[in-house]
Design a protein around this ligand. Sequence first.
Ligand SMILES: *[C@@H]1O[C@H](CO)[C@@H](O)[C@H](O)[C@H]1NC(C)=O
Ligand SMILES: *[C@@H]1O[C@H](CO)[C@@H](O)[C@H](O)[C@H]1NC(C)=O
Ligand SMILES: *[C@@H]1O[C@H](CO)[C@@H](O)[C@H](O)[C@H]1NC(C)=O
Ligand SMILES: *[C@@H]1O[C@H](CO)[C@@H](O)[C@H](O)[C@H]1NC(C)=O
Ligand SMILES: *[C@@H]1O[C@H](CO)[C@@H](O)[C@H](O)[C@H]1NC(C)=O
Ligand SMILES: *[C@@H]1O[C@H](CO)[C@@H](O)[C@H](O)[C@H]1NC(C)=O
Ligand SMILES: *[C@@H]1O[C@H](CO)[C@@H](O)[C@H](O)[C@H]1NC(C)=O
Ligand SMILES: *[C@@H]1O[C@H](CO)[C@@H](O)[C@H](O)[C@H]1NC(C)=O
Ligand SMILES: *[C@@H]1O[C@H](CO)[C@@H](O)[C@H](O)[C@H]1NC(C)=O
Ligand SMILES: *[C@@H]1O[C@H](CO)[C@@H](O)[C@H](O)[C@H]1NC(C)=O
Ligand SMILES: *[C@@H]1O[C@H](CO)[C@@H](O)[C@H](O)[C@H]1NC(C)=O
Ligand SMILES: *[C@@H]1O[C@H](CO)[C@@H](O)[C@H](O)[C@H]1NC(C)=O
Length: 575
Amino acid sequence: MLVLLALLLLCRGIGSTHGSPDDHAGDSDMMSLLDFKRAITSDPKRALASWNTSKPLCRWAGVTCGRAHQGRVITSLELAGQGLEGEITSSLGNLTFLRTLNLSANSFSGRLPPLGRLSKLEVLDLSQNFLYDTIPDGITNCSSLRILDLSKNFLVGELYLKVGLISGLSALNLYRNILTGTIPPSLGNMTHLENLNLGGNNLSGSIPPELGKLSNLSILFLGENRLSGGIPQSLFNLSSLHALALDGNTLRGVLPPNIGYALPNLRGLFLDNNMFGGHIPASIGNCSKIEDIYLGSNNFSGPVPRSFGKLSKLISLLLYENMIEASNDESWGFLHAMGNCTLLQTIFLDYNQLQGGIPSSIGNMSVNLQYLALSGNRLSGTVPPSIGNLHGLIYLSLGNDLAGTIEGRFEKMTHLQKLVLEANNFTGAIPPSIGNLTNLIELRLSENAFSGHIPASLGNLQFLASLYISNNNLSGKIPVTLGNLQQLTFMDLGNNNLGGKIPRTLGNLQQLIEMDLGNNNLNGKIPVTLGNLQQLIVMDLSHNNLEGDIPSNLGDLVQLQHLDLSDNKLKGIIP
Ligand SMILES: *[C@@H]1O[C@H](CO)[C@@H](O)[C@H](O)[C@H]1NC(C)=O
Ligand SMILES: *[C@@H]1O[C@H](CO)[C@@H](O)[C@H](O)[C@H]1NC(C)=O
Ligand SMILES: *[C@@H]1O[C@H](CO)[C@@H](O)[C@H](O)[C@H]1NC(C)=O
Ligand SMILES: *[C@@H]1O[C@H](CO)[C@@H](O)[C@H](O)[C@H]1NC(C)=O
Ligand SMILES: *[C@@H]1O[C@H](CO)[C@@H](O)[C@H](O)[C@H]1NC(C)=O
Ligand SMILES: *[C@@H]1O[C@H](CO)[C@@H](O)[C@H](O)[C@H]1NC(C)=O
Ligand SMILES: *[C@@H]1O[C@H](CO)[C@@H](O)[C@H](O)[C@H]1NC(C)=O
Ligand SMILES: *[C@@H]1O[C@H](CO)[C@@H](O)[C@H](O)[C@H]1NC(C)=O
Ligand SMILES: *[C@@H]1O[C@H](CO)[C@@H](O)[C@H](O)[C@H]1NC(C)=O
Ligand SMILES: *[C@@H]1O[C@H](CO)[C@@H](O)[C@H](O)[C@H]1NC(C)=O
Ligand SMILES: *[C@@H]1O[C@H](CO)[C@@H](O)[C@H](O)[C@H]1NC(C)=O
Ligand SMILES: *[C@@H]1O[C@H](CO)[C@@H](O)[C@H](O)[C@H]1NC(C)=O
C-alpha cells in the first residue's frame, strides 16, 4: 500500500501541477480501480494489461474519463465479455462520477458491490455473471439509473420496493435469477419503463394491475415464473407493447375478444405453457405486425381464426397441446386463408382435436414453411398429394388415423430432417424415393400397415440417426445397405414379417445404441459382426427362427443392458 501511495503521488506530480479537487478524485479513482484489479483472479484475454500506473489512467483499457474533469475522472468502466473472474470489489462504489458500468458476460462471483453513492450512474450492466445473494437496498440511491441489467446471475430474495423507487428507469432486466416473492405493485410508478423483464425467476402471486400504468412499456417479460391468476385488464391498455411474454406460469382465464385491437403493435405474443382457455380471439388477426404467436400447452378450444390469414408478417404459430377444433370446411378455413402468410416458417398444431381429411389447400401454404406438426389429432382419409408442394419442410409430423399410400407425397421435400408418420393406418409400400431425402435424421413409420420390402435406398440416408419402422406388415429381407447408415443410433424393425438372414453389414453400425429385430421370421445364424457394436445398450432378436450358436463376442459388448434372444432355435453355450 505504501508503494502504491508513493506511485500515486508521483503520478499526480507528473499529471498536474494545479492541484484541483478533480485531481484528488482522479487519484481516488485510480486507487479504486487498482483495488478492483487486485481482486481479479483470472484475466485470460489480458484485458487489464494496460492497467499500469506508468500509464495515464484515462488510457487504461475499458476506462473512459469525463472531459469536464481534464481527463482525470472516470465516467465509464466497460469490460464486457473478457472472461474476468473474481469478486467485484466495493471500491467501485467510490467511482462517484461513473455514468456507465458494464461488466456483463464475465465470470464475476460474490455479492453485488454497494453502489449507493453512484448518484450519476445511468447504465448498470452486470448481466451474465455468477453474482449471488440479494440486491442491495442502496441501489435505490442510484437515482439517475436508466438501464439496470442484472440478468443471468444467481440473485435471490424479494424485490420489495427496492427497484420500484428508481423512477427514471427505462429498462429493468432481472431475467434468470432466483428471485422470490411477488411482483411489487410499486413497479407501476416507473412510468418511463419501456422494457421490463422479470422472466425466469421464482416469482409467485398474481400480476399487479398497476403495471397497466406503464404506458410506454414495449417489452413485458414475466415468463417462466410461478405466477397465477388472470391477466389484469389494465395490461390491455398498453397499446405500445411489442412483446408480451407470460409463458411458463399457471395463469388462467380467457383472452379478451378485443386483444388484437388493444395491442396493435404486438410483434410477439408468448402465452404458452399456462392454463388459458376459451377461443383464440379473431381480433389477433388485426395485429398486423405480429411475427410470433405462442399459445401451445393451454386449454384453448374452438377453431383457429381465419383472420390469421391477414398476418402477413407471421413467422411462427405454435398451438400444440390445446383443444383446437377443425372438422368441416368452415373450421378448416384457416388453412386456406393462411396461404397468404408468405413468411410463415413454423406451424405446430399437434395434440389438438383436428378431425377429418387434411384439406388439399395445405399445399398452398408458404413455400417458406419449415416446420409443420399435425400429429396427435384425429385426421383421417389420405394425405393430399398437394402437400408435396411444401418443398422447404424440415420437419413434418402427421396423424393419427390417416390411411392410404404415401407414394408421391414427400419426394420433393429434400430438406426434410424429421418425418413422423407413426401410429396411422398407412398402407402400400414404403416408397424407394424416401431414399432421396438425404437430409433425413429421423424417420418414424412405426405402427402402420405398410407392406412390401424395406427399400434398399434407405441405405443412402447418410445422416439417419433414428429408423423406426416396427409394427407394420413388411416382408422380404433386411437390405444389406442399412449397414451404410454410419450415424444410426436407433433401429427398430420389430413386429414385421421380415425374413432371410440378418445382414453381416449391420455390424458396421458403430453408433448403434438400440437394435430391435424381434418378432419377425429371420433365420440363419446371428452374425459374428454384431459383436462389433460397441455402443449397443439394447439388442432384441427374440421371436425369430435364428439358429446355431450365440457368437461368443456378444459377451464383449460392455454397454449392453438388455439382451433378448428368446424364442429362437439357438443352441450351444451362453457366452
Ligand atoms: C508497467 O509498465 C512498465 C513500463 O511500460 C513496465 O516496466 C512494468 O512492468 C509494468 N508493470 C506491470 C505491473 O505490468
Ligand atoms: C472509498 O473512499 C473513501 C474516502 O473517499 C475511503 O475511505 C474508502 O476506503 C474507499 N473505499 C474503498 C473500498 O475503496
Ligand atoms: C454492455 O456491453 C456489451 C458488450 O459491448 C453490450 O453488448 C451491451 O449492450 C452493453 N450493455 C448495455 C446496457 O449497454
Ligand atoms: C443513499 O444516499 C444517502 C444520501 O445521499 C446516503 O446518506 C446513504 O448512505 C446512501 N445509502 C446507501 C445504502 O448508499
Ligand atoms: C408507488 O406505488 C404505490 C403502489 O402502487 C403507491 O402506493 C405509491 O403512492 C406510489 N409512490 C409514488 C411515489 O408514486
Ligand atoms: C415515452 O416514450 C417516448 C418516445 O420514446 C418519449 O418521448 C417519452 O418521453 C416517454 N415517456 C415517458 C413517460 O417516459
Ligand atoms: C421457488 O419457491 C418455492 C416456494 O417458495 C420453493 O419451494 C422452491 O424451492 C423455489 N425454487 C427455486 C429454484 O428456488
Ligand atoms: C385504460 O386507460 C383508460 C384511459 O387512460 C382508463 O380510463 C381505463 O380505466 C384504463 N383501463 C384499465 C383497465 O386500467
Ligand atoms: C380489423 O381488421 C379488419 C379487416 O382487416 C378491419 O376492417 C377492421 O377495421 C379492423 N379493426 C380494428 C379495430 O382495427
Ligand atoms: C390473399 O390476399 C389477396 C390479396 O390481398 C386476397 O385477394 C385474397 O383473398 C387472400 N386470400 C385469402 C385466402 O385470404
Ligand atoms: C385401417 O384400415 C383398415 C382398412 O382400410 C381398416 O379395416 C382398419 O379398421 C383401420 N385401422 C385403424 C386402426 O384405423
Ligand atoms: C429418387 O429415387 C428414385 C428411386 O430410388 C429414383 O429412381 C429417382 O431417380 C430419384 N429421384 C431423384 C430426383 O433423385
